[in-house]
Design a protein around this ligand. Structure first.
Ligand SMILES: NC(=O)c1ccc[n+]([C@@H]2O[C@H](COP(=O)([O-])OP(=O)(O)OC[C@H]3O[C@@H](n4cnc5c(N)ncnc54)[C@H](O)[C@@H]3O)[C@@H](O)[C@H]2O)c1
Length: 280
C-alpha cells in the first residue's frame, strides 16, 4: 500500500461522492485531511468517522465559489498542521449546470457554471501553491471528467469547463514544476456515488446493467477507484508524472463507439417502430 504519512491534504467537496472516496483513501494512506465542503454536516460526520477509526481529519465549511473561503481553507490547514502537501480540487454541484448548447445556455448561466467549474480550481490552486512550496513542493489533483476529453450533446458548460480544467492543470504543471509542484487531472468515468445511486439507479438495477455493459470492464466506478488514483498521484511513486490527464474510466474512452450503433440497429430490428429520440 502506498503511504502518505506526515502529508497534509485538502479535498474540496470531500464530504461525500467522488470527494468522499478521495478523502477516505488519502486518510487511510496516512495523510491528514481537511474536508472542505459546503455541506458542513456531512463533512463533520465524515471527519468524525475517520477520527474514530484512528485517522486524522478536520472539516471546514467552504464554498469553492468564494475566493475568501478558499483562502481561509489553506490558512486553516496550515494553522492546524503547519504544512500542506496535497490539494484536490474536486467540489462541484452538478445540479447547478444547465443543459444546452451555445444557443440555449444564457449568458448568466455560462458565467456561473464556468466560475464554479474552472475559476474555483484556479483560485484554490492560487492560494495553495505558496503553502505547498514552503515545504519543498507537493501535488495538485484536479478532478476533470471523461467529459473533459470527449463531448456529449447539449452539455456546453460542463464539457467546456472540464476541458478547461485539463488545460489549467497542464499550465500549472509547466509553470510550477520548478518549485516542486506537480499538477495532474483525473478524468473519471461514471462513478456511482451516494447521490447518483439514490437519484438514478436505486430503482433501476437492470438499467444499470445495460449502462455498465458499455464499459470494457463491465462495471461503473466507485469513489474509491478515484481515491486510489489520487493517492498514487499524490505519492512519491508519481514524482515524474505531471501535467497528465488520467482517465479512470474502466476503458470507456479508449473504445470505438460504433459497436453501440450496431447494437442499437439490432435493437430497432427486434423492436419495429422504435424512434430515435433526437432525430428531427
Ligand atoms: N460522479 C460521477 O460520475 C463523476 C464523473 C466524472 C467527474 N465527476 C466529478 O467529480 C466531482 C464530484 O462529483 P460527485 O459526483 O462526487 O458529486 P456529489 O454531488 O456526489 O458530491 C459533491 C460534493 O461537493 C460538495 N459541494 C458542492 N458544491 C460545493 C461548493 N460550492 N463548495 C464546496 N463544496 C461543494 C457537496 O456538498 C458534496 O459533498 C465533480 O467535479 C464532478 O464533476 C463525477
Amino acid at each position: 500500500m502506498i503511504r502518505l504519512d506526515g502529508k497534509v491534504a485538502i479535498v474540496t467537496g470531500g464530504a461525500q461522492g467522488v470527494g468522499g472516496g478521495i478523502t477516505r483513501c488519502l486518510a487511510r494512506s496516512g495523510a491528514k485531511v481537511l474536508i472542505a465542503d459546503i455541506d458542513v454536516e456531512t463533512a463533520g460526520n465524515m471527519a468524525k468517522q475517520l477520527n474514530e477509526s484512528g485517522y486524522e481529519s478536520v472539516s471546514l465549511r467552504v464554498d469553492v465559489n468564494s475566493f475568501a473561503d478558499l483562502k481561509q481553507m489553506v490558512e486553516v490547514a496550515m494553522s492546524e498542521w503547519g504544512r500542506l502537501d496535497i490539494l484536490v480540487n474536486n467540489a462541484y454541484n452538478s445540479s447547478e449546470a444547465q443543459k444546452g448548447g451555445v444557443l440555449e445556455v444564457s449568458e448568466e448561466q455560462w458565467q456561473k457554471d464556468i466560475n464554479s467549474l474552472v475559476t474555483s480550481v484556479y483560485a484554490g490552486s492560487k492560494y495553495a501553491i505558496p503553502a505547498i512550496s514552503e515545504t519543498g513542493g507537493g501535488s495538485i489533483i484536479n478532478i476533470s471528467s471523461v467529459h473533459g476529453l470527449l463531448v456529449a450533446r447539449k452539455a456546453l458548460t460542463y464539457e467546456t469547463g472540464k476541458s478547461a480544467v485539463i488545460a489549467l492543470t497542464k499550465q500549472m504543471a509547466v509553470d510550477y514544476g520548478e518549485i516542486g509542484i506537480r499538477a495532474n487531472a483525473i478524468c473519471p468515468g461514471h462513478i456511482v456515488t451516494e447521490r447518483i445511486q439514490e437519484s438514478t439507479w436505486k430503482d433501476n438495477q437492470s438499467g444499470l446493467e445495460f449502462f455498465e455493459d458499455q464499459y470494457p470492464v463491465k462495471r461503473t466506478g466507485t469513489p474509491e477507484d478515484i481515491g486510489n488514483a489520487a493517492v498514487f498521484l499524490s505519492s512519491d511513486m508519481a514524482s515524474f508524472i505531471t501535467g497528465h490527464a488520467l482517465p479512470v474510466d474502466g476503458g470507456l474512452t479508449i473504445q470505438l463507439q460504433e459497436n453501440f450503433g450496431v447494437q442499437q440497429a439490432h435493437y430497432v430490428m427486434d423492436n419495429p417502430g422504435t424512434k430515435m429520440p433526437y432525430r428531427r
